[in-house]
Design a protein around this ligand. Structure first.
Ligand code: 13P
Length: 284
């Protein structure tokens, strides 16, 4: 199968009352962990590349890996740019083969965010690529993007309605209390706000920073209209814990396959659990 858009997967998820997981892609082991999990769970899946992922693997490798995965997979696979930083970067990703882009203008003034997203959607929609935007500011750290607690800002439901109507993104990432990275305490999601946003906005909504969010809160978010859920940190933790365990167990171990193989397996288990939790398992 060719790569499909995130909008297509999210639309189906919205009709079916579940969410599709979006997992950050940085290397072959992560790719295989995510794709094998999707196949085993019969789940649609979104691969995405962050700024750090693009820097680490390079855009050509990211696209090549995702295309091979999609071609060989029997479940639908999308490739999304995560937190795109500029019009030019979004265009480069589209030209190189991404099926979806996120353009993150959440740090800009409202009008400037609308202008940036509109510019990207005009081009992306003309060539069949879907667009995710962000309104409000999701806190925490993802690679080079750091948003301090005092700069994080919840999404305003009325602004969300105006934003979607004018900028026309296919998906909207909302700030309702989650943050990227490892949580210091238990995250508290603002479900009332999510309900208000859902009432005013009819495109699929995205939850960023979902690692470490309790299962019940995730289930509630799905019930209230979240149809794409981003997970990165929990994969990092599974990967590094497995590598640490192997190296601690056998100080003489020098075979990369014996070090990365168990890390790949550990990540796969996390992805499978998330697919069951999000309700996407069995939907492909
Ligand atoms: P976590 O790293 O907190 O899982 O967040 C991932 C994310 O939202 C990517 O955009």
């Amino acid at each position: 199968m060719a790569l499909v858009t995130v909008a297509e997967l999210a639309r189906k998820a919205s009709q079916g009352g579940y969410a599709v997981g979006a997992f950050n892609l940085n290397n072959m082991e992560i790719l295989q962990a995510v794709i094998v999990a999707a196949e085993e769970e019969r789940s649609p899946v979104i691969l995405q590349a962050s700024q750090g992922g693009l820097k680490y693997a390079g855009i050509d490798y990211i696209v090549a890996m995702a295309e091979v995965a999609a071609k060989n997979a029997s479940v639908p696979v999308a490739l999304n740019l995560d937190h795109g930083t500029s019009f030019e970067q979004a265009m480069e990703c589209i030209r190189k083969g991404f099926s979806a882009v996120m353009i993150d203008g959440s740090h800009l003034l409202f009008e400037d965010n609308i202008a940036l997203v509109s510019r990207v959607t005009d081009v992306a929609h003309a060539v069949g690529v879907s667009v995710e935007a962000e309104l409000g500011r999701i806190g925490g750290t993802e690679d080079d993007i750091m948003v301090a607690d005092e700069d994080a800002m919840m999404t305003h439901p009325d602004e969300a309605a105006e934003f979607v109507e004018r900028a026309k993104p296919d998906l909207l990432a909302v700030a309702i209390g989650t943050a990227h990275g490892v949580y210091k305490g238990e995250p508290r999601l603002d479900f009332k706000r999510l309900t208000e946003i859902r009432k005013r906005v009819d495109i699929p909504l995205v939850l960023h920073g979902a690692s470490g969010v309790p299962d019940d809160a995730i289930r509630e978010a799905c019930k209230l209209g979240i149809t794409k859920i981003n997970i990165d940190t929990e994969l990092r933790i599974a990967f590094s814990q497995a590598v640490r365990d192997i190296l601690d167990e056998d100080l003489k171990q020098i075979d990369p396959r014996k070090i990365l193989g168990p890390a790949r397996e550990a990540m796969k288990q996390v992805v499978k659990e998330k697919m069951r939790l999000f309700g996407s398992a069995g939907q492909a």
